[in-house]
Write a protein that binds this ligand. Structure first.
Ligand code: XUL
Ligand code: CO
Length: 439
């Protein structure tokens, strides 16, 4: 019989409703309950992030590993990877999530040579195939770790050395093969070291052209192997690199348009990356959605008092409500989902904390979904916004929107009509309405 890694959980986490006091039960996430036309599971499409949940050890800049992780015992690296994956699928099943996400180097250890790394990945893809079949858990997205190995210190596709560019290409080729073999529904590019530290040693234009060339190669290769998943760019302004090229959603969209890549990519918005870019989570979601490019979400949060990517589990109902309003308004995330790119704190050493963390995140989003659904149904906020812009639906506003007037006609209009009258933005009233729905 296979070893159990979470023996204290003997059945999948149940839904017990909002009056339950059981910390190991969902209070809001009722997988098969319908909200509008879809089940909660279909709206939310939760995924577990393999790197944080299975691989993180609690280390920080000032100290080594702190977590107890029974699957991470010493021994042969492939055996350890298999134990880790067995533990992962036990966790997915017991938690009741349908998806997971990984980097190539999370699921399979790097070898002494590139060829060995590829072999290791193949072994672990075969292992994952069996576990996916046994459990029904699916791959939301795969990606390649192009930032951990020291060779990528000065970037992967943006590296000044073409030899490193080639290595990154070879690695992504294999990661794409792995994602396809496992039926991955998306493939993510997060360019942690695709940026620069100083212009004293950097040709910025050259690096951006390299990056675009790299993405075109990925598109070509996906076509060649018949990969139908969605390509996603995950913006972040900095960390580890000082100036990251995919700073935020607007920057990434402009890059994609400039280099004729816009048709092949959507955006994976991460909450903590948004706040690092001095945006709100909902700003980034809205910018992506307005462009028809919101593809998926890395669901987490930062810490107001800490200026870095703390990747905490999402618990803030304002954030999850706003996020779900944007997602509902665009009719869902398509092949994307809500991936908990989040880790427990250094002091949360017990594997059981992984359940508490994910239950909290899932309930926070389920609650956000329910609140957002009611807000939308009641037009509680949208009626105000609709009215705020009503002047564009008739008279001079309709003419502006139809392109029928220019500066000359508008000057004439003002000379005839005089000064506009001001209207209140009513933000305090709207905040109160939001609070009425959140309570
Ligand atoms: C890093 C980050 C990554 C990406 C995948 O900040 O978010 O884990 O999600 O490479
Ligand atoms: Co992320």
């Amino acid at each position: 019989m296979r070893k159990m890694y979470f023996p204290k959980i003997t059945a999948p986490i149940p839904f017990e409703g909002k009056d339950s006091k059981n910390p190991l039960a969902f209070k809001y996430y009722d997988k098969n309950a319908r909200v509008g036309r879809k089940t909660m599971a279909a709206h939310l499409r939760f995924a577990v992030a393999y790197w944080h949940t299975m691989m993180a050890d609690g280390a920080d800049m000032f100290g080594g590993a702190s977590y107890d992780r029974p699957w991470n015992a010493a021994g042969d690296p492939i055996d350890r990877a298999k134990h880790t994956m067995d533990a992962a699928f036990e966790f997915f099943q017991k938690l009741g999530v349908d998806y997971y996400c990984f980097h190539d180097r999370d699921i399979a250890p790097a070898g002494e040579t590139f060829a060995q790394s590829c072999k290791n990945l193949q072994i672990m893809v075969d292992h994952a195939k069996v576990l996916q079949k046994q459990t029904g858990v699916k791959l939301l997205w795969g990606t390649a770790n192009l930032f951990g190995h020291r060779i990528y210190t000065s970037g992967a596709s943006t590296n000044p050395d073409a030899h490193v560019f080639a290595l990154a290409a070879a690695q992504v080729k294999n990661a794409l093969d792995a994602t396809q073999a496992l039926g991955g529904e998306n493939y993510v590019f997060w360019g942690g070291r695709e940026g620069y530290e100083s212009l004293l040693n950097t040709d910025l234009k050259h690096e951006q052209e390299q990056m675009a060339r790299f993405f075109h190669m990925a598109v070509e290769y996906a076509k060649k192997i018949g990969f139908k998943g969605q390509f996603l760019i995950e913006p972040k302004p900095c960390e580890p690199t000082k100036h990251q090229y995919d700073f935020d959603t607007a920057t990434a969209l402009a890059f994609l348009r400039q280099y004729d890549l816009i048709d092949y990519f959507k955006i994976n918005v991460e909450a903590n990356h948004a706040t690092l870019a001095k945006h709100t989570f909902e700003h980034e979601l809205t910018v992506a959605s307005a462009a028809g490019k919101l593809g998926s979400v890395d669901a987490n949060r930062g810490d107001l008092l800490l200026g870095w990517d703390t990747d905490q589990f999402p618990t803030d109902l304002y954030n999850t409500t706003m996020a779900m309003m944007i997602i509902l308004k665009q009719n869902g995330l398509g092949s994307g989902g809500l991936n908990f790119d989040a880790h427990v704190r250094r002091s949360s050493i017990d594997p059981m904390d992984l359940f508490h963390a994910h239950i909290g995140g899932m309930d926070a989003f389920a609650r956000g979904l329910l609140i957002a659904h009611r807000l939308i149904q009641d037009k509680a906020l949208s009626a105000f916004i609709d009215k705020r812009y009503e002047s564009y639906r008739s008279g001079i506003g309709a003419k502006i929107m139809a392109g029928k007037v220019g500066f000359v006609e508008l000057e004439k209009y003002i000379l005839e009509q005089g000064m506009p009258t001001m209207k209140s933005g009513r933000l305090e009233m709207l905040e109160n309405i939001l609070n009425d729905y959140i309570r």
